[in-house]
Design a protein around this ligand. Structure first.
Ligand code: AMP
Length: 253
């Protein structure tokens, strides 16, 4: 019977058109709709399913970030997680927080909470780092199963199907382990209104990185953030010869 720790990150909602700050130090986050990172919804769903199948005893949702991060913990609780841990990082400091810090925090919590499984999203859609699961496994010295498409419990541990370039790979691992959820692992459930109400009463503990003994000083410095190049308008050409000439002119062929 396993205790599962799930990482839930609050990110700018996937449907929002992200704007770069005028000083190019980052993107505008104020007054912008935020939600749970979509891959984390999949991670929560998988953990809750393990509990429903009686393969897990408890699901703990962890979010590292400013006060508002509690919103995504509440969503995870409404989806079926049992309790939450909010690792509070002041907003200004959070802008400089990097996956290595989150990994060390999650690793410490995994040990403190005696977790057998850590399930994260494969990638946060804001930093696109795809580093946290891998580094969490490294810090803990636990096996990792990244980009999970299927997770099955066996007597010896877990059989995991991973999404890899052009196909699937099946691996076996013992627990404890760190896994990351890919898009096709499952379809996350919606939090229903009664469950949102119930989630308000579920326990949510607040700690700081300092309480966990994790130094959050930045390791890297963001030099600049740029908008993607504006797409040029298309043009119509009369025939194939004109198309070939245009492509040559542009240096494309
Ligand atoms: P990344 O390595 O930044 O692409 O993030 C991969 C995954 O790590 C996310 O999908 C989350 O599950 C987890 N994670 C990253 N940052 C946080 C955070 N601040 N709080 C909780 N979980 C996080």
């Amino acid at each position: 019977m396993a205790r599962v720790l799930v990482g839930v990150k609050r990110v700018i909602d996937y449907a929002v058109k992200v704007r770069v700050k005028p000083d190019k130090t980052g993107v505008v986050t104020q007054g912008v709709k935020h939600s749970m990172n979509p891959f984390d919804e999949i991670a929560v769903e998988e953990a809750v399913k393990l509990k429903e199948k009686k393969l897990a005893t408890e699901v703990i949702a962890v979010s590292v970030g400013p006060t508002q991060s509690q919103e995504v913990i509440r969503t995870a609780l409404a989806m079926g997680a049992d309790r939450g841990v909010h690792v509070e990082i002041p907003a200004a400091e959070y802008e400089l927080l990097q996956p290595i810090h989150v990994s060390k925090i999650l690793a410490k919590l995994a040990l403190d909470e005696k977790a057998d499984l850590v399930i994260l999203g494969k990638q946060a859609i804001d930093d696109d780092a795809n580093q946290t699961a891998q580094m969490t496994a490294a810090v803990l010295d636990w096996p990792q199963g990244t980009f999970c498409n299927k997770i099955e419990k066996t007597d010896a541990g877990l059989t995991i199907t991973r999404e890899i370039d052009g196909g699937l790979e099946t691996i076996k691992t013992k627990t404890p382990a760190v896994l990351s959820a890919d898009l096709r692992l499952n379809t996350p459930r919606y939090a229903t209104l009664p469950n949102i109400m119930k989630a308000k009463k579920k326990p949510l503990k607040k700690v700081t990185a300092k309480d966990l003994g994790v130094d959050t000083s930045p390791r890297i410095e963001v030099v600049s953030v740029e908008d993607p190049p504006v797409r040029q308008a298309g043009a119509t050409v009369a025939d194939v010869d004109a198309l070939v000439a245009k492509l040559k002119e542009g240096g494309h062929i």
